[in-house]
Write a protein that binds this ligand. Sequence first.
Ligand code: SAH
Ligand code: SF4
Length: 371
Amino acid sequence: MKFVPEKKPIYEETLDSLSERIAEGGEKPFRAKQVMEWLYKKRVGSWDEMTNLPKSFREWLDNEYEIAPAKQVLMKQAGDVTDKLLLQLGDGSLIETVIIRVPQEGVGLEHSRKTVCISTQVGCAFGCKFCASGLDGWKRNLSAGEIVAQLLQVCFLEDARTPRARPEIPSFDNIVVMGMGEPLANYDNLLAALKIVNADWGLNFGARRITVSTSGVVPQIKRLAEEPFQFRLAISLHGATNEVREQIMPINKRWPLEELLPAAKQFSRKQGRMLTLEYILIEDINDQLEQAERLAEIALDLRAHVNLIPYNTVEGLPWKRPNILRQDRFVSVLKDRGASVTIRREKGHEINAACGQLRLQTEKELRATGA
Ligand code: SAH
Ligand code: SF4
């Protein structure tokens, strides 16, 4: 199903495309630059706030464009560390955007480093057995504008909360594309959005601070390797042999490790960037020490960093994380073999921060109440 909004979302335009459209509308094309300034440097959320634009032009913009493609319907906080935003799109679909703060010594939390996690699809078609995002299947791709709008929504919140010396620069430090959906299955919209985020007339946010996470869509990894942007890549491995991986990730049947690992290597060679291998630890499924050994070999071969994530329980799914002792043993095997590894004692557990969980829960509640 393709959702076609009545008006075009403004966050989908580039400086060039907006200039063209403005010229076609009989307005002055240089105004495109002014509009972009208001959207991405001053970051206002309505046409009326764009005070140096003539009223007639603001009316024209209002007729042509949608400026609010996402509405915040819920915010959940875990301590001061994680904020999870549930956003409603024009067609009523719900998506999740998360702000994760990394506490730093001597700095108030409002000034700590922040990572924003964005979604790229409503639901997910890949059906990994442990993941809440795929439980209800795939609904649709997000448009480029809806992907950009998530970051703007975070800016609106943070701009109000954290006064800064250079307000034109967004207050977050990293973007991770690890929310709901498989980013590389929505490649064109993702790239269009990230180009806007990266552009000097846009959010002017460095590609090197953007990480795209994939469950392993091999042809698109190869395509991303050829792009002139130096995005970071994270691969959701979760199994170090085909046997273990295909039990929990159906995508492994389509692109098994013998195809995925060379594509990952090609990416890191082309882009000159260190990859991250994500590995969720699930008790008795993928936490055996032989898996750790094989994972260490893979990481050393790819010169990748391993990010271990103790499994976050999902309602309705049988999996659980191994105890701390087993987690530590797994880490030791990797360390002893010289692999670069961190274990994420993840934040936000108590607000269902694992991808797709908040949406799933809210949709269940809405269904239960007949809303
Ligand atoms: N589709 C992409 C990006 C979104 S998922 C991908 O799979 O990489 C982002 C990360 O969250 C993935 O590594 C995914 O495996 C992980 N994840 C999903 N469910 C989880 C859970 N219940 N606990 C911990 N991590 C989970
Ligand atoms: Fe989709 Fe990623 Fe969840 Fe797998 S882990 S179902 S690819 S969102």
